[in-house]
Design a protein around this ligand. Structure first.
Ligand code: GTP
Length: 269
């Protein structure tokens, strides 16, 4: 392989080189005492040039390796950045899915799965908030416990599915009679609580009467049968400084009285 000259000669250098070569090759100059010195000088100069070219080649090689290494590092860095961006996107998605799941779980723990209304826990939380709000602002709220009459008979005569259908229709009916900010939940079995914020007993009684009448007028068709039910109500107005369970207990006593008095009626505490 012919060594590539990495240090180009200038035109003057080439000419000088040729002139010295011609002189050295000239047989008439063979006995010139300067010839030997000139030949040695040329030889030394070529060796010097050879060393310099070697140095340049090593330095170029080193430069190329380090440039390749730099390029590799930059590519690796870009790859890692892309990977990190992807991870961040996945983590964002994962986080929003977790938040949504959390919300869903929270909703599930506060909802009655059959009817879709709030459950006992939901109502307990809301009543705590409502009684705090009442004492803080000096406002009132009324609370009614609604219990479907002889519901056991519905299940016993028509089956559990019909009983479930009745529960769902009663829930829809009650909801349609309430305002958006009224609070309604299934307290357990065939028993429900209605809390009416900023509502005194007489107004609450009128709301419950409308609900009672709507339930009485219901015809629930399911599994080839049509069922009608009635409901009894124990109603009370929250007393300042009273706990939610004390309010509920008073409404419950009124409900027992409504049942004892013949059902399908509203009894105030
Ligand atoms: N289908 C159905 N029945 C339920 C559900 N939860 C409770 N029950 C039934 O509701 C009935 C309640 O019966 P009781 O407590 O004796 O009350 P009742 O028959 O309504 O009688 P009174 O309240 O005295 O008028 C029981 O038969 C329970 O099995 C439910 O989610 N679905």
């Amino acid at each position: 392989m012919v060594a590539e000259h990495t240090i180009p000669r200038t035109r003057e250098e080439v000419e000088l080189h040729e002139r010295v070569r011609t002189l050295l090759d000239d047989s008439s100059q063979r006995d010139n005492p300067m010839r030997e010195v000139l030949a040695e000088l040329l030889e030394r100069s070529e060796q010097q040039r050879g060393r310099l070219e070697k140095l340049v080649r090593i330095s170029d090689g080193y430069h190329n390796v380090s440039r390749t290494q730099n390029m590799d590092l930059i590519r690796e860095y870009d790859r890692q950045i892309m990977r990190l961006e992807k991870l961040a996107r996945i983590s964002d998605r994962y986080q929003s899915q977790l938040i949504a799941l959390n919300e869903e779980l929270k909703t599930l723990t506060l909802r009655d799965p059959l009817t879709g209304v709030g459950n006992r826990r939901f109502m307990t939380d809301r009543l705590r908030e409502e009684s705090e709000r009442a004492s803080r602002r000096g406002v009132t709220f009324s609370l009614a416990i609604l219990d479907i009459d002889h519901f056991k008979n519905v299940n016993d005569h028509f089956g559990h599915d019909v009983g479930d259908a009745v529960l769902c229709r009663v829930v829809d009916t009650v909801r349609s009679c309430l305002r958006d900010y009224d609070v309604f939940a299934r307290w357990g079995g065939e028993e429900f609580i209605i809390a009416l914020p900023d509502t005194a007993l007489d107004v609450a009684a009128a709301v419950c009467e409308r609900v009672r009448r709507e339930i009485e007028a219901l015809n629930v068709s399911c599994d080839a049968v049509t069922v009608s039910v009635t409901a009894s109500f124990g109603l009370t107005e929250h007393i300042a400084a009273e706990s939610p369970s004390e309010t509920i207990n008073r409404a419950d006593v009124a409900l027992r009285r409504a049942k004892d008095a013949g059902r399908n009626r509203i009894f105030p505490a």
